[in-house]
Design a protein around this ligand. Structure first.
Ligand code: FAD
Length: 410
């Protein structure tokens, strides 16, 4: 394959940013930079997800997510009403619903003032963000472009256009790595800076299952459980959770050690396992549908910490590329959104404009400040996420924990 120079790249004056990775965080970053009048080019390895019914075609991660105040704030501060728009297609979850052993249910509200988190479908949120990019003539999106390599000092990026099987080169003043946990931009950064890096796979994995809607006497579709809760089946060393979807189904996620997954090999072993640990979920999922267990992918769970996030005035990593966390605190995407909001605040404080200047000192200082400001908080959330697995799978049924909740009223 030979390299071709892009014919489409913007020749407009002003700074150019190349965002590698068109997941939730990369697209939100594109919107923030476009609002600041930068020329934005976003490169995504996968196909355009819009119009494809298949969730798996664009993400191997969860089908739905918990959106919290942290994420909503970043959506609001785009100034594009994204927070209000997204609230039209979410389901509020006011607390946890604990499924106890004998089918007994116990509601634990998230707050005494009706505070809640929101269940949102990943695909719907991604499509909202992608469709919003159409408002900006200064955003160009290239799907099916895999970044192969980049040179931060020259700003040259090389991609494989996987649809046309050609290699293409682009240049940018600033490169943003929003390319997820296995970030190529981060790997390149490690070659030019002394990056502290820590990754940890936990021994647990996850598998998604579905609770379909039920049909009532009038033939209408209904949720099979209370939709305004995040449902948890805590089993101390493992757990299952379920979040509601707008089509009145629930997506369940079974989290447990790999060895437990490996031990279930046949349909009868699967039924026995569910009868023993999650008996009330069998009629909800249905014995036939439960077999999705054997078809659906088993996802691994990784936590990644690193520092610094930037290289001079030339590059920065955000989202999972910078701090991938286990999903138990429901904050990975929310934190990635917050990265974008914080970066924008730092640009404001350091007066970083869309216009190039000779030494790029404004960008240099702003990116340095971003790492300094962001690192500690990002690490704290990674740790809280790890801790929250114990909280969800065990502490929520610990008698002392429940007494404390009662006394303190939370
Ligand atoms: P990603 O979503 O990984 O996107 C990165 C993008 O980069 C991908 O589209 C990929 O195709 C692209 N890419 C990769 N390499 C290249 C390359 N070389 N060239 C071009 N493109 C490339 N978070 C929450 O806030 N709330 C939740 O409830 C929640 N639940 C979760 C449940 C599970 C089971 C899991 C696994 C995660 C959950 N998360 C949750 C975390 C959340 O999914 C991630 O934090 C979020 O998706 C990170 O977004 P991102 O854009 O940084 O990375």
């Amino acid at each position: 394959m030979v390299f071709t120079e892009p014919t489409t790249q913007s020749k407009a004056p002003g700074r150019r940013v190349a965002i590698v990775g068109g997941g939730l965080v990369g697209i939100l970053a594109a919107l923030y930079f476009a609002k600041r009048d930068w020329n934005v080019e976003l490169f995504e390895l996968r196909k355009d997800p819009r119009g494809t019914g298949n969730q798996a075609s664009f993400s191997q991660k969860s089908i739905n997510l918990a959106l919290s105040t942290r994420g909503l704030s970043a959506l609001a501060n785009t100034g594009l009403n994204l927070d209000e728009i997204v609230l039209n297609f979410v389901i509020p979850m006011k607390g946890r619903m604990i499924h106890l052993d004998k089918g007994e249910l116990r509601s634990q509200p998230y707050g005494i003032f009706g505070e809640c988190i929101y269940s949102v479908e990943r695909k719907a949120l991604l499509e909202l963000l992608l469709n919003t990019t159409k408002k900006f003539t200064n955003i160009k999106i290239y799907f099916q472009h895999r970044m192969k390599t980049c040179n931060f000092d020259s700003g040259l990026l090389e991609f494989e256009n996987v649809a046309e099987e050609i290699k293409v080169r682009y240049t940018a003043d600033l490169i943003i790595g929003a390319d997820g946990a296995y970030s190529s931009v981060r790997s390149r950064l490690m070659r030019v800076i002394n990056m502290d890096y820590h990754q940890e796979y936990i021994t647990h994995a996850y598998c998604e299952l579905t609770i379909p809607p039920i049909i009532d006497d009038k033939g209408d579709l209904k949720f099979a459980m209370d939709p305004n809760h995040l449902h948890i089946w805590p089993k101390h060393t493992f757990m299952m959770i379920a979040l509601p979807n707008l089509d009145k189904s629930f997506t369940c996620t079974l989290f447990m050690p790999n060895e437990n997954f490996d031990a279930i090999k046949t349909e009868s072993e699967l039924i026995n396992f569910f009868e023993l640990y999650f008996p009330d979920s069998i009629p909800l999922i249905g014995e036939q549908r439960l077999k999705e267990y054997f078809r659906n992918p088993r996802g691994s769970l990784i936590s990644i910490k690193c520092k610094p996030y930037h290289y001079r005035s030339r590059a920065i990593i955000i989202g999972d590329a910078a701090h991938c966390m286990v999903p138990f605190y429901g904050q990975g995407m929310n934190c990635g959104f917050q990265d974008v909001e914080i970066l924008d605040n730092v640009f404001e404080r350091f007066n970083v404009t869309a216009f190039r200047n000779d030494d790029n000192l404004d960008l240099d200082l702003a990116l340095k400040e971003y790492t300094k400001f962001r690192h500690e908080d990002a690490m704290a959330i990674c740790d809280l996420a790890m801790y929250n697995y114990i909280e969800m799978r065990s502490s929520v049924v610990n008698p002392w924990y429940l007494i404390r909740r009662k006394i303190e009223g939370w």
